[in-house]
Design a protein around this ligand. Sequence first.
Ligand code: TMP
Ligand code: MG
Length: 227
Amino acid sequence: MTTPHTPRGALIAIEGLDRAGKSTQCDLLLNRLLSSGIPAKLQKFPDRTTPTGTLINTYLTSSTPLDDQSIHLLFSANRWEARDSLLSTLLSGTTILLDRYIYSGIVFSAAKPPTPIKDPKQPLSIPWCKSPDIGLPKPDIIIFLNITQEDAEKRAGFGDERYEKRELQEKVRGLFEDLRGEDSNDKDDWWVVNAGGTVEEVAEEVWKGVLEALRRVKEGNGEVGSI
Ligand code: TMP
Ligand code: MG
């Protein structure tokens, strides 16, 4: 007798600069998936509700100094503590939308200016920033909401948090570009959407990326990949 087989859910990461519209699009997408009869869940990173998330929130909303490496590892720990639940949710057949994931983790840390006490020419490198996340579940697609700096700055709330400064955001933009082109094996993982359109226009383009992710899962071997 064969056991009934539940196809796994898709792991879909939504990435982009601050104020690119990620959270708005995630909410719309969650509703669209659910109303299409596809079980789905939203997971935001950083998850500010956990003990590590509380520390991260304090860091982001204050000017308290904290070592760049330490806060980087804390962001990664915040993902690791969610790993088991991400995997069991996916394997139970539920699709997960990630509002930011390891890619934000890499580029925001690597974008920081070096501190004088460290090698002044060497900020945190991309391989160093990526290493603590190695082994986490790999998304089936990374939907990147691409927005110009001018459009991001026009959006409500820009500048409220620690990293919402023009110079750093420009750096983040360049590093996201590097990451998308970095490794030809990972190139197919990225689905770039012009996020400068209306909410509805962007949602349509995002939906195409989701259909692509669902297709990949259907054609895959049922296993969740690893970073
Ligand atoms: P949020 O606005 O999506 O809550 O993210 C808060 C900030 O944290 C945002 O500026 C991006 C940054 N960030 C990191 O620096 N490292 C990470 O691993 C993640 C997930 C976000
Ligand atoms: Mg933010």
